[in-house]
Write a protein that binds this ligand. Structure first.
Ligand code: 5GP
Length: 190
């Protein structure tokens, strides 16, 4: 998605060899016009599959999942990272190792909001080593639901998450795939 790649190149900050900061339009301040275009693009990429629900993880996946959901006209369920008093009843749970925080946390979705036979599209902001996506996929499988694919805003192609998921036979569609980040130069997979 050229609009996104241009924006990453213009406003993204390379924090280290493998961490990109996009706080000015995606992860802190949000450009809703750009988010709307991302939602439209996910709907175009997955137009051949029936999607009943979009699943993401809080917090940074929620915005893009919601914009995509407007185009699919389906609900969004976000996995919660903390056990709260409002998450009552039974929940599916999975452990996820965080690439950015370097700790393991647990994600949960109430059994009320993930049902067997639902067709699920997983959406997230970044794909690095694939742990967040694999955790969400685990929840989908625990529910007996069908995984239709994984949509990612920014895939870092030099990390192995994309390869792992694709080798598992999972369809992954990324709006921008970064091949390398060297200093301020970001190169994209074509
Ligand atoms: P993974 O689980 O694929 O290793 O990492 C994906 C998750 O970590 C995403 O949900 C995202 O929040 C976070 N993440 C991974 N790499 C980056 C990055 O370079 N920049 C930002 N802002 N978040 C990242």
């Amino acid at each position: 998605m050229d609009l996104l790649k241009d924006r990453i190149s213009k406003d993204g900050e390379v924090l280290s060899r493998d961490v990109l900061k996009v706080d000015s339009f995606l992860n802190h301040q949000m450009d809703v016009g750009l988010l709307d275009e991302m939602g439209k693009e996910f709907a175009r990429l997955f137009c051949d599959v029936k999607v009943d629900k979009i699943v993401t993880v809080e917090a940074s996946g929620i915005a893009v999942a919601c914009f995509a959901a407007r185009y699919f006209d389906v609900p969004v369920v976000f996995a919660k990272k903390h056990a709260t008093s409002t998450l009552t009843g039974e929940a599916y749970e999975s452990a996820v190792y965080s690439f950015t925080k370097q700790t393991t946390f647990h994600i949960r979705i109430s059994k009320k909001y993930l049902k067997p036979c639902e067709n699920i599209l997983v959406i997230d902001d970044f794909l690095a080593n694939g742990k967040a996506a694999l955790g969400l996929i685990d929840l989908v499988h625990q529910a007996g639901a069908n995984l239709m694919g994984v949509g990612v805003v920014i895939e870092k192609g030099f990390q192995n998450g994309g390869d792992i998921l694709r080798k598992m036979g999972i369809r992954v569609e990324s709006l921008a795939i970064i091949e390398a980040m060297n200093g301020h130069t970001i190169t994209y997979r074509v």
